[in-house]
Ligand binder design. Structure first.
Ligand code: ATP
Ligand code: ZN
Ligand code: ZN
Length: 809
């Protein structure tokens, strides 16, 4: 009986006011066997046909007459019921449309694609008189069948008005088709079409000069199983025609098979076996597998210093997970999804691992995802969105470098992978492990309150010491007449390191260095005409670009404000440092890694490979080299300017600085050679820098928590940031002040409403931007905020007004 599947609640692929709830559809008898919660379906919505996801199946309708589900799009639903549930929860907690949340969980190629097709009207009246161009169009459509509208419009003599005319006369139909962008890779295979005996007879009957055909038949006599056509032809040096004639004779047959793309095809990974664990690692391992074996949801913070062997613990815990027939997800920040990291997982688990990273093509990503959905692989490793890997029996979720800000998505749905992991962990009774040397302040706070178990790895493996860290006060350097980017201490250390034949990593925070263009006569800084932000200088093609809207202009010869020709422009920070190294240390070999040198596919990997092979003395780079790297010959780490991030208007500035410095320092002396770190700064006394240098993690978290408590910031409250934007300054002011007033009224006594104040970038893409902050602890506030926003949206009726909501803590 499938009567309980007669009604489907569908979230449709339409983002508009009023569509943020499921709509009921009737499930025709014929589709009841295939439809499931999580299925993608085609439905009519208004006068359109759209894609949607089934979020509930039942036997009762909320309305009398319902429109039918037109089609179920996949044999296996892309979402599991658990993921559907997760999506609806995300929509609610992230203030986004359910469809936005559901779409975020499937590969991009499955998202709806809509196109219009032209075909001949089924009730086309023959015998009517047609103009020659009409005749030609109809004739061609009759031959070729239904064609996309754009294609038809490109045919000679066809215009929009001609089509409109024929549609009105009921000779043509223009229809909307809903599909996706899925492409499948197919290959041709050949196999015998007859028995071995028949093949033998055919072989005997072939004339001796039909050499290739004889060879092909002998091949199948020895090995009757199917082979890819191209492989057969290559191995026998035969041409396609020989196979074709055997197919024509009915001896062989061709078939198409679908092949899953393998982004790592043809690459071998050195197999590795589990290492004997250190006592600390052993304790961490037991903390994980205990609840894993009991099938109990549990949360663990694995707080281990850099180089303490966290990854080995993950690997062995995953091994245990697989032994129990369950699956594991490992999240790593995109930038540390390095070839080294991938090799460690592939080396241990081989083809049981799917890797999801942004370098894959849409098709490759889809295929990796299907291997997960079908159970062909049991481990998924990837960046943030891999948290949605559609496993059905998760045992373990690992989030490596859990403090990384990239785990929070910046666009809708604005989810945090950590919160999603906890929710999935509960649903599957899985263990969630957050691993890092520098936990997020909120994670430490949660551990302190017993919401997570904290397990510490306090030592590097094999008794390797943590590197010695020196802090250099750059103000002092200037006072003593050193105007170089390099302090004397860093210069000396670099020189010594390289002369010993060892390697150095120099780290530069990209934001820190002047990349803008300045007039030295009047002080004007070149700014984007659409955003209140200075333009960035790009040396390679000598342009000024806006990193927010993409605006570009050539570098001016003279100042647009005063006409002076004393224009000073700076290369990107890393380029400047590279030049300085060339000046100070002629002959030193440098590999530069920044957005400019790594935007080509595979460049990242290639540069790291060359550094690992000893082709350079210095690796110079931005954030992207801060973590995950493990090179035995690196003994010096230099931080060019540590305090840049401290001055960002962000309550996490100190936390981020501490984390970054600790992580970069961790790159030095990880193997037999001992390491050294030099941190250059203008604020050596700041606790985030001082305590990072002294590796006094506990003191840092104590101090930071105290400061957050005093200033009332997360984790001691939760924070909403509402961003209002509009092309008109007056309109945005009005909306933001009105919202703040309403919110203060609605939340009085329950939350603190601050603002509106101009956003950090007060104008972007020609839109003025204001922010309102809400600090609260009471969960009901979230609902009230949602209500006020909806009210404002509905009342404003101004399509130009955009409000975005961001939740923190
Ligand atoms: N039990 C062990 N015995 C010997 N070597 C080990 C052991 N565990 C890990 N190692 C080695 O120690 C090095 C550091 O380990 P790993 O990279 O796992 O540390 P980590 O804590 O993940 O580091 P980070 O957070 O700094 O990236 C690696 O080269 C690893 O192979
Ligand atoms: Zn000027
Ligand atoms: Zn701009």
């Amino acid at each position: 009986m499938t009567a309980e599947k007669s009604i489907a609640a569908v979230v449709v692929d339409v983002v508009a006011r009023g569509t943020d709830r499921p709509f009921d559809y009737h499930v025709p008898e014929t589709l009841r066997d295939v439809i499931e919660v999580g299925s993608r379906v085609r439905v009519s919505f208004g006068h359109r046909k759209v894609m949607g996801y089934v979020v509930r199946l039942s036997g009762e309708a909320s309305y009398g007459r319902l429109k039918p589900i037109l089609d179920v799009m996949d044999l296996v639903p892309p979402l599991t019921p658990e993921l559907v549930d997760l999506g609806l929860w995300m929509a609610e907690t992230c203030f986004c449309h359910p469809i936005t949340a559901l779409n975020a969980m499937v590969p991009a190629v499955l998202k709806g694609r809509y196109r219009r097709v032209v075909r001949i009207h089924p009730r086309f009246a023959p015998g009517t008189v047609l103009a020659p161009e009409e005749e030609a169009l109809i004739e061609r459509l009759r031959r070729e069948g239904e064609r996309p509208l754009e294609t038809v419009l490109a045919w000679p003599g066809v215009s929009r008005s001609l089509i409109r005319q024929l549609v009105r006369e009921r000779r043509l139909l223009v229809e909307e088709r809903v599909g996706d962008r899925v492409t499948r890779r197919r290959t041709r295979w050949v196999k015998p079409a007859v028995s071995g005996q028949a093949l033998r007879r055919a072989l005997d009957a072939l004339p001796p000069r039909a050499l290739r055909q004889r060879e092909i038949l002998s091949h199948f006599l020895d090995r009757p199983e199917a082979v890819p056509l191209s492989r057969l032809l290559a191995s026998l040096k035969a041409g396609r025609s020989s196979v074709d004639s055997l197919v024509e004779k009915g001896l062989l047959q061709l078939e198409e098979r679908e092949e899953l793309r393998d982004p790592f095809a043809g690459r071998s990974f050195e197999p590795t076996s589990p290492l004997p664990l250190t006592p600390e690692q052993e304790r961490a391992f037991r903390a994980i597998v205990g609840p894993l074996r009991e099938g109990r949801h549990h949360r663990i913070l694995l707080h281990g210093v850099t180089g303490s062997g966290k990854t080995e613990v993950y690997l062995q815990a995953i091994d245990e997970t697989l032994k129990q027939g369950r699956q594991a997800i490992v999240l790593v920040p995109e930038i540390s999804l390095t070839p080294q990291m991938v090799a460690r997982f592939k080396g241990r688990f081989g083809p049981r691992v799917a890797v999801l990273h942004s370098g894959l093509s849409g098709g490759e990503r889809f295929d990796e995802w299907r291997k997960i959905r079908s159970g062909e692989v049991q481990v998924a490793i990837g960046a943030r969105s891999a948290i949605f890997a559609p496993f059905s029996n998760l045992g373990l979720i690992v989030i490596d470098e859990e403090h990384e800000s990239s785990y929070k998505q910046e666009e809708q749905p604005k989810y945090h992978a950590r919160e999603v992991a906890f929710r999935r962990g509960m649903a599957h009774r899985a263990v969630v492990v957050l691993g890092t040397a520098t936990p997020a302040v909120e994670t430490i706070h949660r551990a302190g309150r017993g919401e997570l178990e904290r397990v510490v790895l306090s030592r590097r493996v094999q008794g390797r010491p943590l590197p010695r860290v020196d802090v250099v006060d750059m103000r002092e350097e200037l006072r003593e007449g050193n105007r170089s980017i390099f302090s004397r201490m860093l210069q000396e250390a670099l020189e010594q390191c390289v002369s010993r034949g060892e390697q150095a990593v120099l780290f530069l925070n990209r934001r820190g260095f002047s990349t803008f263009v300045l007039c030295r006569s009047c002080g004007k800084v070149m700014e984007c005409p659409h955003c209140d932000i200075s333009l960035t200088f790009h040396r390679t093609n000598r342009t000024l670009r806006c990193h927010y809207c993409g605006y570009a202009e050539p570098v001016p010869e003279t100042c647009p404000a005063c006409g002076s020709s004393h224009i000073r422009y700076f290369g990107t920070g890393t380029q400047r440092v590279e030049e300085e190294i060339a000046r100070l240390f002629p002959g030193m070999r440098v590999i530069r890694m920044d957005v400019d040198t790594t935007n080509r596919k595979g460049a990242h990997e290639e540069l790291l490979g060359r550094f690992g092979a000893g082709e350079a003395d210095v690796l110079l780079g931005t954030q992207m080299i801060a973590k995950g790297l493990d090179f035995p010959r690196v003994t010096l780490v230099g931080v060019i300017a540590a305090d840049i991030m401290l001055h960002l208007p962000d309550f996490r500035a100190a936390e981020r600085t501490f984390q970054l410095l600790t992580q970069v320092s961790g790159r030095a002396g990880r193997h037999d050679l001992s390491g050294r770190v030099v941190i250059q700064t203008y604020s050596p006394k700041h606790y985030s820098i001082d305590l990072a240098a002294r590796t006094d993690t506990e003191a840092f978290y104590r101090k930071e928590l105290l400061s957050r408590k005093q200033h009332r910031y997360p984790p001691f409250c939760r924070l909403f940031t509402l961003l209002f934007s509009h092309p008109d300054r007056q309109a945005v002011m009005q909306a933001a002040f009105e919202a703040a007033r309403l919110l203060k009224q609605a939340l009085s006594g329950k939350a603190e409403v601050l603002g509106p104040v101009p956003a950090t970038i007060p104008r972007m893409k020609d839109r003025y931007r204001l922010q309102v902050f809400i600090k609260y602890t009471d969960e009901d506030v979230a609902k009230a905020v949602g209500k006020v926003l909806r009210y404002l949206e509905e009342r404003a009726e101004d399509p130009e007004l955009l409000v975005s909501v961001d939740r923190d803590g």
